[in-house]
Write a protein that binds this ligand. Structure first.
Ligand code: GAR
Length: 188
């Protein structure tokens, strides 16, 4: 069995989608969810699917050892970031090289970097007059939104689209592709 840990900071619709996708799989499963916020939707979404979730403080994330202990306890093979807003520490990167993946809701290298998350990204895409947006699934490295790109998919941005319209299109791409890409990464 290959075990996934999802890190999420918000509503957790991607975490829920990924968990459901693997729920019938006998080789890959979502084993645990970690978050930096106890007051967010991801906990209820995954707990109702039988997946435990834990909250850690910023200091614990930076220091790393409580996170590493939890990942070892659940025999984690791949860390999946799904709307996770804390920077991944160097200690975690060292223990999980090329085993931490992120989804960014735009076409990197455009519209990435510190502060570019969630609706801020879609507002920037519309403000820049982009004709397309999309998703980027990439490995994590020590810089924001910078690691090696694994997969991208695009959607059109119409002149009349609001940031909310773009967000809806991008979310649809996330739900359609992220679980498949994760499965590929965990299939020998
Ligand atoms: C997703 O759109 C994800 O791509 C984005 O946050 C959203 C989380 O939604 N991530 C980033 O912006 C990272 N820079 P969710 O909590 O409903 O899955």
């Amino acid at each position: 069995m290959k075990n996934i840990a999802i890190f999420a900071s918000g509503s957790g619709t991607n975490a829920e989608n990924i968990t459901k996708y693997f729920s019938e799989n006998d080789k890959i499963k979502v084993a645990v969810v970690l978050s930096n916020n106890k007051n967010v939707g991801v906990h209820a979404r995954v707990n109702k699917l039988g997946i435990p979730s834990f909250v850690f403080t910023r200091d614990e994330f930076v220091e790393g050892s409580p996170i590493l202990a939890k990942l070892e306890e659940y025999h984690i093979d791949l860390i999946v970031l799904a709307g996770f807003m804390n920077k991944i520490s160097d200690s975690l990167l060292k223990y999980y090289p090329e085993k931490i993946v992120n989804i960014h809701p735009a076409l990197l290298p455009k519209h990435g970097g510190k502060g570019m998350y969630g609706m801020h990204v879609h507002e920037a895409v519309v403000a820049a007059g982009e004709k397309e947006s999309g998703i980027t699934i990439h490995y994590i490295d020590s810089q924001y939104d910078h690691g090696k790109i694994i997969f991208q998919a695009t959607c059109p941005v119409l002149p009349t689209d609001t940031p909310e319209d773009v967000a809806a299109k991008v979310h649809a791409l996330e739900y359609a592709h992220y679980p498949h890409v994760i499965k590929e990464l965990l299939t020998d």
